[in-house]
Design a protein around this ligand. Structure first.
Ligand code: NAP
Length: 307
């Protein structure tokens, strides 16, 4: 019987593990399919407090993990395939094996939705990014491309004009999902050039491990051409990793966990931390803070129950 099982090993999960381990709760962390979370997909992180020179995303998340392990947190590879929160203790199926636990912290994150191109996957962290706040700074006076037609794409395109000399916004149709105000802001931004009815066919240049351009196709005219570009940002949405808890944990229509205040979910003893609940801030530092909150709440919950 575990006191606390933490699902996810990104910034939120690892920080929860530090706090839970230091509270002598011997937490078990289930690493998940994308061990290290979104940070493991970035390069230099310059906005996490405490690192005046910046720190590599994968190093940062690995350091937090080591810190948790130093206090006795245990890590297991693999993912939670099934969960039963209908009775206490809770039951989790980790790669085929059921375990029991008194509390659960869900820190399974939200995965960026990608276009699915092979060249895109190979260039993630080398010019392809899903986070303008994290990586925009690297493209000062460079050419930037943003893909998407929702609020995220508008927000990222606007934000990136602070750095880039030009931002090309590529969207696959003429209508937008973005709210009028966000769209208008982008339309009135002289640095943003709209490329509509346009899809990305390939990102160059995998051989050089560097983004140098993108091959685009106009879906109406069939025209195919290359655009030179230095930074390529995909902003076509995120997918919260909550499918396995469906029907048990209350979520909004897109699958983000609905918070019941603090780190609480609708099930007492099951807590949330990080991007799995947060569709607004999505930062490493807010995820770390949320992990801390969830661990403190789990500790108090266990204390109240006399454990
Ligand atoms: P979204 O609203 O779902 O928009 C996703 C966009 O990506 C759509 O335009 C979609 O095109 C496009 N897309 C999806 N898959 C694609 C593919 N495979 N290839 C090319 N394009 C693709 O997602 P979001 O922009 O991340 O926003 C999510 C939620 O967060 C929304 O509720 C939004 O309002 C909110 N949000 C709010 C703010 C803010 O208010 N500051 C900022 C960011 C996000 P189609 O339209 O053709 O489907």
């Amino acid at each position: 019987m575990r006191n606390v099982v933490i699902i996810g090993s990104g910034c939120a999960g690892n920080t929860a593990a530090i706090y839970a381990a230091r509270a002598n709760l011997s937490p078990l962390v289930v690493s998940g399919h994308e061990a290290g979370g979104q940070l493991s997909l970035t390069t230099l992180v310059e906005n996490f407090p405490g690192f005046p020179e910046g720190i590599n995303g994968p190093d940062l998340v690995e350091n937090i993990k080591k810190q948790a392990q130093n206090f006795g947190a245990e890590y297991v590879h693999g993912a939670v395939n099934d969960a039963d929160f209908s009775a206490r203790p809770f039951r989790l199926n980790i790669e085929g094996e059921w375990i029991e636990t008194r509390t659960v912290i869900i820190a399974s994150g939200a995965s960026a939705r990608w276009l699915g191109l092979e060249s895109e996957q190979k260039l993630i962290g080398h010019g392809v990014s899903s986070c303008a706040t994290c990586d925009g700074f690297f493209y000062r006076d460079r050419k930037i491309m943003v893909v998407g037609g929702g609020d995220s794409a508008m927000e990222e395109a606007n934000f990136l004009t602070r750095f880039g000399k030009e931002v090309a916004l590529v969207h696959r149709r003429e209508e937008f999902r973005a709210s009028k105000i966000m769209l208008d802001r982008a339309r009135h931004n002289g640095k943003i050039r709209f490329l509509l009815n346009t899809v990305v066919e390939e990102i160059h240049n995998v051989a050089d491990k560097l983004v140098t351009g993108a091959r685009l196709r106009n879906v109406k005219t069939g025209e195919v051409w290359d655009e030179p570009v230095d930074g390529f940002f995909v902003a076509i949405g995120h997918i919260p990793n909550t499918a396995v808890f469906r029907g048990q944990i209350e979520t909004d229509s897109e699958g983000y966990i609905l918070s019941k205040g603090g780190a609480r979910t609708n099930i007492p003893g099951v807590f949330h931390a990080g991007d799995v609940q947060d569709r607004v801030y999505r930062q490493a530092v807010t995820a770390a803070g949320a992990g801390c909150m969830a661990a403190i709440e789990a500790e108090r919950f266990l204390e109240k129950e006399g454990h």
